[in-house]
Design a protein around this ligand. Structure first.
Ligand code: NAP
Length: 323
């Protein structure tokens, strides 16, 4: 079968990580590097060994030269770029969060359907078998009653904010900030482990750019509660914890779990090493290739992404800071 000819959109570090993952997926051939700046496109393509470049997105999408795009632009740009690709019948792998709101992603899903194209959110944790392993272990703790999930990583780019700059990742106009960047990993893992909550409320810590630098949220399920914490301006290595009536499961990361530990109330303890590749983007790239190659039913993928984005919507609407 012919390989999927793919163009990358964006020239930042995450595109290099994507290229490394795509190199392990034989169905994908990265043929074009897109940048808004033609010289940057040429430089990036030369370094990455990509044969073609473009700095004219409408022309590239209309050219018939590509079958798919990987969109790694700032979050607020995703929707327009993805919609124009899908309108041209080009498949889209869309960095997380797929769009800033659930309504926008719903529009992309229906646009994809109209054009028999695939749109997939590149939420790397969602396709990592290690999260499925954590999910299996959750059964051991009995009825879940509370859980704490978190991702707090101080960004080096916060130093630029402290120096008075507005950098993209902290720019509210580009849907930057901690909730969109890291909170979504906690929410996506929560949705994957427990399904969509009945309600979610939150509060955030603002920074000079007007974005949220850190935040906390509570999600209510019929029988249990989950608290979420996320930050781009402070750091934590506190593990995640799922408490059930028979014991507690801890695990290290919502984005790339490496270990999980069960401590049951009967005194038994077990540590599980969750081996996996350093670059767990490979799993989402494989899923994308599978969808494009024939299995066009992405309804479960879309349902998870939409549930995650509805929680994001709820947290933005009910941020206690704004009450
Ligand atoms: N999966 C992961 O682990 C992971 C990690 C990091 C980031 N991400 C996601 O990847 C995406 C990009 O994040 P990032 O931090 O790399 O963003 P970024 O550096 O701010 O921008 C990414 C690229 O988009 C282009 N760009 C920058 N500003 C733009 C604008 N105003 N309008 C249109 N294009 C613009 C630039 O490429 P050109 O100037 O060359 O066109 C740039 O290389 C986000 O959705 C983020 O959430 C995912």
């Amino acid at each position: 079968m012919a390989r999927i000819r793919l163009a990358t959109i964006g020239t930042s570090a995450i595109v290099r990580t994507f290229l490394q993952a795509a190199a392990d997926v034989p169905e994908i051939a990265v043929t074009t590097a897109f940048s808004r700046d033609p010289q940057r496109a040429v430089r990036f393509a030369a370094e990455a060994g990509i044969p073609h470049t473009s700095s004219d997105l409408p022309a590239l999408l209309a050219s018939g030269d590509i079958d798919a795009v990987y969109v790694a632009s700032p979050n607020a740009i995703h929707f327009e770029q993805a919609r124009s690709a899908l309108d041209a019948g080009v498949h889209v792998l869309l960095e997380k969060p797929a769009t800033p709101t659930a309504a926008e992603f719903e529009t992309l899903v229906s646009t994809a359907r109209e054009h028999s194209a695939v749109v997939l959110e590149a939420m790397r944790s969602a396709y990592d078998p290690a999260i499925a392993a954590v999910s299996d272990l959750v059964r051991e703790v009995g009825p879940v009653r509370r859980a704490s999930l978190g991702m707090c990583q101080r960004s080096a780019r916060y130093d630029l904010v402290l120096a008075g700059e507005t950098v993209n990742i902290f720019d509210p106009a580009l849907a930057g900030g901690a909730l969109y960047d890291l909170g979504v990993y906690c929410i996506s893992a929560m949705v994957q482990l427990f399904g969509e909550p009945d309600r979610a409320v939150g509060a955030s810590a603002p920074i000079a750019t007007g974005a949220d630098g850190a935040g906390a949220a509570l999600a209510a399920y019929p029988e249990f509660v989950v608290d979420l914490s996320y930050s781009k301006i402070t750091a934590s290595d506190r593990p995640n914890e799922i408490q059930g009536e028979l014991g507690t499961l801890t695990f290290d990361s919502v984005a790339r779990p490496r270990w999980a530990e069960l401590a049951l109330l009967d005194g038994s303890r077990a540590r599980h090493e969750l081996a996996g590749p350093d670059n767990n983007m490979v799993f989402e790239v494989r899923r994308f290739a599978e969808l494009v190659a024939g299995d066009r039913d992405a309804s479960a993928d879309h349902a998870r992404a939409l549930a995650t984005l509805r929680v994001v919507d709820a947290l933005r609407a009910h941020d206690a800071r704004r009450l």
